[in-house]
Write a protein that binds this ligand. Structure first.
Ligand SMILES: [Zn+2]
Length: 423
């Protein structure tokens, strides 16, 4: 803490989970990292004990986080310092519902990772796709933003907008740094990436579930100890086509369950070429006698670029939109804007045509950018308030890069949300 010594920060009450017993909690409160570890631990206890009061509270807490306190990137920890709805001082913490400031969001890398860890445990006890959706959102966005393309520099905080006037301090850095005095986030991130493959599949009562997609080979044993070997081929998250081949399996019928992400409307699953529609936001279960060395599952998830808007009560993103494609949240960054333009100048037309993604094999470690024409305002000025006047605009063919890849080209300004120009 670097608060002025005359300030008594009072690390009590909601800040340290002292105000409301967990089993009676309905709102996520307190230091975001500690809260999410606490909830993850409680989910572990539920997995052992089956205590109903615990899971009922965890369901409410999960709903409050995902529907009222989580950023589009899966990040948690709305403010560096703020107040809870019970008026307790809170630090690096959950604050009140819908308080989602872009530039001043805290979003410690650890908190985002803990959100994924909490969801991994909820996935284990509930088996619902929505928990794996959050894991995926976190890992591709607010976790991966914590590390640079080279893998040697780190962010502690992960705001959704950065402008050069933002006052930095303590754990907030203008660019990623190789060493952070409070060194929790870097090892937490790299260990989570290292073990993410273990979250990709789950054993189920009657088979196996595919939670996360990516090229891999799986060799394991089902719960009845029978051997299973699968290969998965895909260019996910840049392409929504996934091929899974059953290389080895038992003779008897068993389930292969595929997570269809909530964003993947219009997905299809084909087994040896026979196509079926799959419902987004669920696991698509295939039960059959699998032919080893022959059966191929082909999953196709449409990845149309889209504009995403926030709930009407999120004051900070009223009439703003973010660009998203599949699980990847995009941003606009000053190295891709004309000289002397800042991110506050950028407006996004509601009918923007985002061109099909261009896979750039070298750029920022290999990723897909999106292109589209935005409008740049020439309205500048220092007055706090002024009379509304007709603005002059310039069109600009913009490049959007994945949010996680920002700040790899020196100090820059960046924004995820942009004001909408209704066309
Ligand atoms: Zn940390």
């Amino acid at each position: 803490m670097t608060l002025d010594p005359t300030v008594r920060p009072k690390m009590i009450g909601d800040m340290t989970q002292e105000r409301t017993p967990l089993r009676k909690s309905e709102e996520a409160v307190g230091h975001a990292v500690l809260a999410l570890y606490y909830y993850a631990g409680a989910a572990d206890i539920y997995a052992e004990t089956g205590e109903q009061a615990l899971i009922e509270a965890l369901d409410k807490l999960w709903g409050n986080i995902v529907n009222q306190k989580m950023f589009i990137t899966g990040a948690c920890g709305q403010k560096h310092d703020g107040g809870s709805s019970n008026r307790d001082f809170v630090h690096e913490a959950f604050t009140i519902n819908y308080e989602m400031h872009n530039a001043h969001s805290y979003n410690e890398t650890c908190a985002n990772l803990c959100n994924a860890m909490f969801n991994y445990r909820m996935l284990g006890v509930k088996g619902e796709a929505k928990y794996a959706d959050v894991i995926e959102t976190v890992m591709y966005n607010s976790a991966l933003s914590g590390i640079d393309i080279g893998g040697t520099n780190f962010f502690y905080t992960n705001p959704l907008r950065r402008d050069f006037d933002h006052k930095m301090g303590e754990t907030d850095y203008p660019t990623r740094v190789p060493y952070i005095p409070c060194f929790c986030c870097p090892p937490n991130l790299v260990r989570t990436i290292a073990k993410l493959s273990a979250w990709s599949y789950s054993l189920t009562k009657n088979g196996i579930a595919v939670n996360l997609y990516g090229g891999n080979t799986l060799e394991t044993n089902l719960l009845d100890d029978s051997e299973i070997k699968l290969t998965q081929k895909t260019d996910y998250p840049w392409d929504g086509a996934v091929l899974i081949e059953v290389k080895e399996s038992k003779k008897e019928a068993f389930d292969i369950m595929l997570r269809i992400p909530e964003w993947a409307k219009g997905s299809t699953v084909a087994i040896n070429g026979k196509k079926e529609n799959a419902t987004a936001g669920t696991y698509f279960t295939i039960n059959r006698k699998w032919k080893k060395g022959g059966d191929v599952i082909s999953l196709d998830m449409p990845m149309k670029p889209e504009l995403v808007v926030g709930h009407r009560k999120i004051e900070e993103v009223r009439n703003q939109a973010a660009v998203k494609r599949g699980p990847i949240v995009y941003c606009i960054e000053t190295p891709d804007l004309p000289e002397n333009t800042n991110v506050f100048d950028v407006y996004i037309p509601s009918n923007i045509e985002l061109t099909p993604p261009k896979k750039e094999s070298e750029f920022l470690g290999g990723l897909s950018t999106l292109k589209g024409t935005v409008m740049l305002t020439e309205d500048r000025g220092d007055k706090m308030y002024k009379t509304l006047e007709k603005q002059t605009w310039k069109t600009f063919d913009a490049t959007f890069i994945p949010y996680y890849a920002w700040s790899n080209r020196g100090a820059s300004e960046m924004t995820v949300f942009m004001p909408i120009l209704w066309e």
